[in-house]
Design a protein around this ligand. Sequence first.
Ligand SMILES: Cc1ncc(COP(=O)(O)O)c(C=O)c1O
Length: 414
Amino acid sequence: MTSHAVFPEASTDAPLTFSTFRSGFPALATQTYLSICDKMILHRRVRSSVEAFLDHLELASANRVQHEVQVASSRRKFAKLMNVAPDTIAAIRNVSDGTNSIAWAFPWESGDNVVLTSDCEHPNNVYPWLRQRQRGLEVRVVDPMPDGSIDIDGLISAMDARTRLMTVASATFAPGHRTDLRKLGEACRKRDVFLLVDGVQTAGIMHHDLSAEMVDGFATSVSKGLLGLYGYGFLYVSPKWIDRLKPAYLSRPAIIQKTDDHSTMGGFDYEYQPDSRRFEVGSFNLAGAYAADASLDMLLELGTVNIEAHVLQLIGKFHDGLCGLGMTPAVPGRGPKQSHIVTLGALNAGGHGFSTDPLIQPLSEHLVERKVAHTIRRGQLRFGLHGYNNEADIDAALDAVRDGLRMIKGVAAI
Ligand SMILES: Cc1ncc(COP(=O)(O)O)c(C=O)c1O
């Protein structure tokens, strides 16, 4: 197998600490990576797991059923991370796959409605609902709060007797506020409304307990905080809803098997799997499963309670430092609305990758020169942290921001 010894790593047998976890990411040797809300970075253990898959392909040394052990194992590990039963998890491709699956599986009646906050949601959790208008669904859009966060009370009061589903992001991709899922979950449960969460921004970084949060569906890819590859993800569906949901796509994994022969049908009558496997379609992204199986091992070993605490402590320091430089982050820095994301600049002053704010665009360019990885979303300069970040990263980012501001404003006193 190819060796990629570009960065020293502690033995894989040693218990994982934040420091040994960090040492497995080659990207961190060359940059200050504060861009998890855009995409993952590859840990060497994840790379090794994918290479094991490629070695099998190269040598034709395993068959599909043997590879699918990794799918089952990654499902189980994700279920453990989210505190739900393994059979409530389907292996899917990405958030869009999960949200569209639920949208088409739902037995809408004309005049039913879905409640969401379009301005706070990623387009991939808005288009699936607009498409359902052709099936008679009303899309109820609730404005965000003045600070750009999701209006929890507004969403709750927008529900009526015809509301069947509410959908929210667990944290918005910008400005990055965390959503109070438990409050929404409680309100939805009382009304038998399905609470669907786009969880890609927080999964693997912020702690989730989907049972306690009373979430009915949770869709995520593993391409951000779950530290896997693009094109693999998970959909949780609560057992309470399973019998009412009939997915639009149907292939062998979704039905109860009457025969072990993969190419024979067990007749024209079929029954859906009694659990979330009914949402699985055709062959799996096996490279994605190998990657997720390895990254989930590390996330489980560190524990999301600990990862969240570690990240929020760094966020607090970062927030204070930015305020000390005269900046006003868009998210509060502490408290229930704070996630792993920090944003700067006016919301919607610009768009994806650019800002019209005279400070933000040159500051971003300076950060690129200083190798502080970040993104601009909805015109805001955006940073995202994970368990591999440390105090030195925060110091490096603050130094770069300070120098950038001096350069832009020409103020020596900053
Ligand atoms: C909140 C949120 N939802 C969804 C996505 C992407 O959706 P998908 O996994 O379908 O590509 C992103 C990507 O940046 C996101 O931030």
